[in-house]
Design a protein around this ligand. Structure first.
Ligand code: SF4
Length: 234
């Protein structure tokens, strides 16, 4: 079942990073322009997501590569990178999020009328969809906590050697086409453009390399467990 996320801000530093800034000063005009376009992005966006948890059914090697199979789905996670990322995981959380078609429509409109605003809107949409992914992760954190499990950090198809071809099966496992309206082009690009898919590991103990405290956690704004001050993976 799709969830809507109430996201009222994005990290400005992240927007600037997507715009290619790394500490340079901004003119007051550009600074105010960025603020306006980010506000417009937040106003039109409809951040939503779906999550599911699958048990790890088995780990094997196929054609020289590790393969993690999951119960109740044909989704398999193939490659050395994801095998290392999910080492020790007893289950896998799968997520898809999108900021919705209205942001694409704004981008199309701005491409014809205001190219500077288009570039800023693109950066704002990227920062916003990452916030939506943080919210979806927080939902997986709550589901994992019911079982006394911790959640590691997200890993998306195309990272490392996890094939981009994982994308269609992952979206299908979440019924993301029907739930969120996410479709794939023949070259595996998602529409709406500002959409993200990822998997996270559910662990009995978070991998030490990923320990995080609540005050430093990207999921804290959305996390129901923050008051319990858990120490999670991220
Ligand atoms: S570290 Fe804290 S804020 Fe982050 S997911 Fe865990 S409990 Fe929630």
């Amino acid at each position: 079942m799709a969830e809507s996320y109430d996201i009222r801000s994005v990290d400005r530093a992240e927007v600037l990073r997507y715009l290619g800034y790394s500490g340079q000063s901004l003119s007051p005009e550009l600074d105010s322009r960025i603020g306006e376009v980010v506000d417009r992005c937040l106003a039109v966006a409809r951040p939503r997501g779906v999550t599911r948890v699958f048990e790890v059914a088995g780990r094997e090697s196929r054609d020289g590569l590790p393969v993690i199979s999951l119960s109740g789905t044909v989704l398999e996670l193939v490659g050395n990178s994801i095998a290392a990322h999910l080492e020790g995981a007893v289950a896998v959380g799968v997520l898809a999020v999108t900021v919705g078609a209205p942001v694409d429509a704004e981008l199309r409109r701005l491409s014809l009328t205001d190219r500077v605003a288009e570039v800023i809107m693109d950066a704002a949409g990227s920062a916003l969809v990452e916030r939506a992914a943080d919210a979806a992760e927080a939902s997986l954190v709550a589901q994992a906590a019911e079982r006394g499990l911790c959640v590691g950090s997200r890993f998306s198809p195309g990272y490392g050697d996890l094939p981009l071809l994982t994308q269609p099966v992952l979206l299908s496992a979440l019924d993301a086409g029907r739930q969120l309206g996410i479709t794939l082009s023949p070259t595996l690009l998602m529409s709406p453009m500002k959409s993200v898919t990822a998997v996270v590991g559910l662990f009995e103990e978070p991998p030490e390399r990923e320990y995080v405290i609540c005050d430093e956690c990207l999921r804290r704004e959305f996390c129901e467990l923050r008051s319990t001050c858990r120490r999670c993976g991220r």
